[in-house]
Design a protein around this ligand. Sequence first.
Ligand code: AVJ
Length: 318
Amino acid sequence: MLKQEIEDGQASLADPAFRQDVLRGFDMRPRAIPARWFYDRAGSELFEQITDLPEYYPTRTETAILRACAPEIAARAGEGRAVVEFGSGSSTKTPILLQAVAPAAYVPIDISGDFLRESSAGLASAFPGLDVLPVEADFMHPIALPMQVAATPKLGFFPGSTIGNMIPHSSVDLLRAMKESLGEGAMLVIGMDRIKDAATLEAAYDDAQGVTAAFNLNLLTRINRELAGTIPVERFRHRAIWNDDRARIEMHLEATEDVAFTIEGRPFEMTAGETIHTENSHKYGARDARILLRAGGWTPIAEWTDPEGKFAVILAEA
Ligand code: AVJ
């Protein structure tokens, strides 16, 4: 690799896992790229904007539920647990739980060291005296937690309906990995978005201001920047559809005309109307959520929803 390329921030930016997922994803039929690659700087900022949109109800609904149920979670969890968050905890939800539970330690787990360091520093200053022990790891696999909390019972925290990004098979694997990571006597607080009418769901993923469209299309911009791509981004459009059979919102990027482009020198073609599948966001009925937890080795013990039943926060024990 040329020194100049590294200094330009071109070649050095390419994550080998991103390259592999993109090149394989473009070879698949239907084409598909995992949703985790949305979250570069710009993508993370666009997601923050999504959470404030009038159509995107999940974040504000879950936050309100947590405000209401945090004292009861704290009472059921008892004193002296370590809170282990799957994800870096940059949201406003984390302080709500930490405030109520007053844990012995807080362990945020994230695959991105940058986000982890930023949010850990923020929480450490907001909660002086709290032991913040960040772990940079992929929580899809069982994780060895810091030795300081080896003997401490854990309260896992997995908000945001992030589990919805996974197909059922993978969600069960993840829940089992979490149970193994958290160990003996663990509890888990998990947020899951509920099944509701298709119009509400589709609007939440295709807002009037076009922020979700920009979020989806940013994936192509990221490919162009980090993988030397020549994708004509303006010849793609955002699609969000409710797949009732699979109980999920699907996001796709659809070519509006025939396109030809290269990624790291490799040629690709798409015809008008062809799509790249970029995200699944599964939704769960009340019973679906409980069955999923049980399949993953957890016993649901309490759950809370908003008055309209749009979103659920569930407490489970190992
Ligand atoms: C962060 C995965 C929970 O599925 O609702 C929001 C991501 N995608 N709008 C979701 C997302 C489009 C979000 N999760």
